[in-house]
Design a protein around this ligand. Structure first.
Ligand code: BES
Ligand code: MN
Ligand code: ZN
Length: 502
């Protein structure tokens, strides 16, 4: 999709379609008003007849509006003017894009970026419009033998901004929006890929491919042999039942002027399939456990966005690739593992494997002397029960970092909600035989999982984002959402100090 911005009046646009808003009840937006004037009341006449009330998401496509140069005018219901919020704005954009794509307009001039959304500037509105557009046109058909093709697909959108002064903000918004979309696309493609193709080696190969495209990105891998030398016994134990080798992929992006500037480290849980292991999961929806690498997909996607924006920061992305399978060689409940940190863990459930992989990855990254570490993982079913799919769970004992991440979530629309990480919960991990167990019991399951990780992150500032509910959709819209690419990318964008809105 090609995006651009301009500043002009609607009647002068010569395009396949121009898109303008109508508020409820039957109230023309300023732009629609202008069109109504030059068409001598054509639009208000139609509204009077009851064709469009202006309810959010209502669409009315008009052809050959008198004195208007564009072939079509799409009237879009925007609801009550005072009530237009972020969620509605995005829903309206998504609906508009689908309508345009299905009704043969290959290009459009969109005036919806001029709508008033409470507390949001033109940069935000254009950027969200770009991301929402790309998001609604995404489909994963790489493995379908016949691809469903739209006959006259939407190719080009021009967003209009009120005055010339806003043009640079609009242009920057398109640039950033496209970069985030690229990262989300990669995240979704990798996550949607089936587990017979997407295994830990596949994650590594995707990262290597990316390194070929960008000069300041370097990729190395740590395989099972090297993990054994490093004492990563916990990570290794999880992968032992699988025929696919465990591989940890390290992506180093060097963007800061000072090469020695301490890096921000992102660690993603990359369970390319989580069967539960010997503590086998029930069969229902087990296919969805291919998405248990959603954290790693989020990290590789964020690295893509970072490379596209070429931000002046140093970032290291770690994809903790592994497969959790039962087998004669698999680890078992009762096993006691010595982690890379030296701490011992009694395995009470082989399905609580994510923390066992992450703990060694989190110890491994100490060697980078990180500025801070954020790990992201589809870690617990309990997080889905607590927050559903709308918010990711955020855990951190470092308040400034937690606020920074929450803020990035709010700005990007990929929101997180903070959960407690109080020491009170730590006792749920007590073990009679080892330093602690990998299982906290049913209450507060996402918190005890985070507590487990916190025992491996004492040497740096750290936050954990549980994306078990937000990384993919189940049901008829089954598929990766591209989250947490937006929140992580926004965090890096804010850190980089690169200009955004006004
Ligand atoms: N990958 C799962 C968590 C998960 C389950 C994410 C369902 C999304 C949907 C994780 O490895 C797991 O199995 N967690 C267990 C932990 C339990 C055994 C303590 C869980 O949540 O049930
Ligand atoms: Mn599991
Ligand atoms: Zn898992």
């Amino acid at each position: 999709m090609e995006f651009s911005v301009k500043s002009g009046s609607p009647e002068k646009q010569r395009s396949a379609c121009i898109v303008v808003g109508v508020y409820e009840p039957r109230r023309l937006s300023g732009i629609a008003e202008q069109l109504d004037k030059i068409s001598e009341g054509y639009i208000s006449n139609i509204l009077r007849k009851g064709d469009l009330e202006g309810k959010p998401g209502q669409m009315l496509l008009l052809h050959h509006v008198p004195n208007v140069l564009s072939e079509r005018v799409l009237l879009v219901g925007c609801g009550k003017e005072r009530e237009l919020d972020e969620r509605q704005y995005k829903q309206i954009i998504a609906k508009t894009i689908n309508t345009l794509n299905e009704t043969g307009s290959m290009e459009a001039v969109c005036f919806l970026s001029e709508l008033h959304v409470k507390g949001r500037d033109i940069y935000w509105k254009v950027r969200q419009a770009v991301e929402t557009t790309n998001d609604s046109l995404y489909s994963f058909d790489a493995l379908k033998s016949s691809k469903g093709e739209t006959r006259r697909p939407l190719r080009k959108i021009v967003f209009n901004v009120p005055t010339r002064r806003e043009l640079p903000f609009g242009e920057r918004a398109i640039e950033h929006g496209n970069a985030v979309s690229e990262g989300m696309r990669l995240c979704r493609d990798v996550a949607n890929m089936p587990p017979n193709i997407c295994n830990p080696a596949y994650l590594a190969s995707q990262a290597r491919q990316m390194a070929e495209q960008y000069d300041n990105l370097n990729v190395t891998t740590v395989g099972e042999e090297q993990m054994a030398e490093l004492g990563m016994n916990s990570y290794l134990a999880v992968g032992r039942g699988s025929a696919n080798e465990s591989i940890m992929t390290i992506m180093k992006y060097q963007g800061a002027a000072n090469a020695d500037e301490q890096p921000i480290v992102l660690v993603g849980k990359g369970l390319t399939f989580d069967s539960g292991g010997i503590s086998l999961k029930p069969g229902e929806a087990m296919d969805e456990m291919k998405y248990d690498m959603g954290g790693a997909a989020g990290v590789i996607g964020t690295m893509k966005t970072l490379c596209e924006m070429n931000l002046p920061v140093n970032v290291i992305g770690v994809l903790a690739g592994c497969e959790n399978m039962p087998g004669s060689n698999a680890y078992r409940p009762g096993d006691i593992l010595t982690t890379m940190s030296g701490q011992t863990v009694e395995v009470l459930n082989t399905d609580a494997e994510g923390r066992l992989v992450l703990c060694d990855a989190l110890t491994y990254v100490e060697r980078f002397d990180p500025e801070l570490v954020i790990d992201t993982a589809t870690l617990t079913g309990a997080c889905v029960i607590a927050l559903g799919k709308h918010a990711s769970g955020l855990f951190s004992s470092h308040n400034p970092l937690a606020h920074e991440i929450l803020n990035a979530g709010d700005q990007s629309g990929d929101r997180a909600w903070r959960m407690p990480l109080w020491d009170d919960y730590q006792e749920m991990l007590e073990s009679p035989f080892a330093d602690f167990t990998n299982l906290g019991g049913r209450p507060a399951g996402s918190i005890t999982a985070a507590c487990f990780l916190s025992r491996f992150t004492k040497k740096y500032n750290w936050a954990h984002i549980d994306v078990a509910g937000s990384a993919w959709n189940s049901g008829k819209n089954k598929g990766s959402t591209g989250r947490p690419v937006p929140i992580l990318s926004q965090f890096l964008l804010n850190r980089s100090g690169v200009e955004q809105g006004e």
